[in-house]
Design a protein around this ligand. Structure first.
Ligand SMILES: N[C@@H](CCC(=O)N[C@@H](CS)C(=O)NCC(=O)O)C(=O)O
Length: 335
């Protein structure tokens, strides 16, 4: 992590309390891009939506970063916001650019490490140099490094520049989406990390029970088709999918979440395949980055060996529309 702008290599995942439970630190840059540059719910104004002005730093291992990448895809912002992708494994200096297939250089500042992006924004920054980071090229600073905020601002701020009728956080569902997020985040999205990074048996078992309790609840909630809120795709689906797609490949083994696999839950497995079939979303998923990344975390896997399995039996499922038999089915378009 960075301490007063200088890199300190004592990275451990623990941030643990005195009972061995993992605690995630709050993000620090909390400004919002808005349509006209007025301030958002937190932080300062001055970040108006403009084509080419912003850059997104992500890692394909990272569920939080991939939430933002998925929304960028779904809202058709690819040509407005460009992206740099870090290597999947943490180096002695944290996230590094370039070298691993599918990773990139820092397209903006030619940094070797993500921590340089943070000190470019604040030369005396103290904290973890996490992804995602939304960067403003015009002001030369970080707009925001909290994925939950970035998901929301990408959903609305660029409406005039990239008209996509899909609304991932519609007014009439906001309260229900917030309530579902508030259950899924601690028990599942972060629950797997609480299990994987626990340093006491009791903390691990508590997290383990949360993870499988939440998966059981979701299995009962889901139908045979559609999403968490029926036919309407929302941010709650994005936030759930990033964890489900990592589960069998990484969390089941590396994080010791091994009571069941997603493949053992018929509805969750079918839902994951449906999400993967949405046009553009499979481009945001790299099982190679996910496996390489989680199994490189020394605190939980000191040898760094990456398991060969599992064989993932997960094929994107695209919705077939009724059309003449001669038509070839295309990926599902979600509107
Ligand atoms: N609150 C952040 C969390 C981001 C986060 O923890 N990212 C991880 C990767 S999955 C990271 O960059 N970790 C590096 C570190 O902690 O030093 C968000 O959701 O955007």
């Amino acid at each position: 992590m960075l301490i007063d702008g200088r890199w300190s290599s004592d990275w451990t995942p623990k941030d643990a309390d005195d009972r061995g439970a993992f605690e995630r630190k709050a993000s620090t840059f909390r400004n919002w891009i808005t349509a006209n540059g007025e301030a958002g719910p937190t932080g300062d104004g001055g970040f108006a939506a403009e084509p080419g002005r912003y850059h997104l730093y992500v890692g394909l291992i990272c569920p939080w970063a991939c939430r933002t990448l998925m929304v960028r895809k779904l809202k058709k912002l690819d040509s407005l916001i460009d992206v740099s992708i870090v290597n999947p494994s943490l180096s002695d200096q944290g996230w590094q650019f370039g070298g691993f297939p599918g990773a990139t250089a820092d397209a903006l500042g030619n940094a070797s490490y993500m921590h340089e992006v943070y000190t470019r924004a604040d030369p005396r920054f103290t904290g973890r140099a996490t992804v995602p980071v939304l960067w403003d090229k015009q002001r030369g600073t970080i707009v925001n490094n909290e994925s939950a905020d970035i998901v929301r601002m990408l959903n609305t701020a660029f409406a005039a520049l990239a008209p996509a009728s899909l609304d991932l956080y519609p007014d009439d569902l906001r309260a229900e989406i917030d309530a579902l997020n508030a259950a899924i985040y601690p028990r599942l999205n972060n629950g797997v990390y609480r299990a994987g990074f626990a340093t006491s048996q009791a903390a691990y078992e508590t997290a383990f029970a949360d993870v499988f309790g939440m998966l059981d609840d979701l299995e009962s909630r889901l139908g045979k088709s559609g999403f968490l809120f029926g036919e309407r795709l929302t941010e709650a689906d994005i936030r759930l999918f990033v964890t489900l797609i990592r589960f069998d490949a990484a969390y089941h083994g590396a994080f010791k979440c091994n009571l069941r696999r997603i493949a053992d839950y018929p509805k969750l497995q079918a839902y994951t395949a449906r999400m993967l079939g949405i046009e553009g979303l499979s481009e945001t998923v790299s099982i190679a980055h996910i496996k390489a990344g989680y199994y490189s975390i020394k605190a939980i896997n000191p040898t760094g060996l990456v398991p060969v399995g599992p064989i993932l039996d997960l094929k994107p499922v695209t919705l077939r529309r009724k059309r003449p038999a001669s038509c070839v089915s295309r990926p599902t378009r979600v509107r």
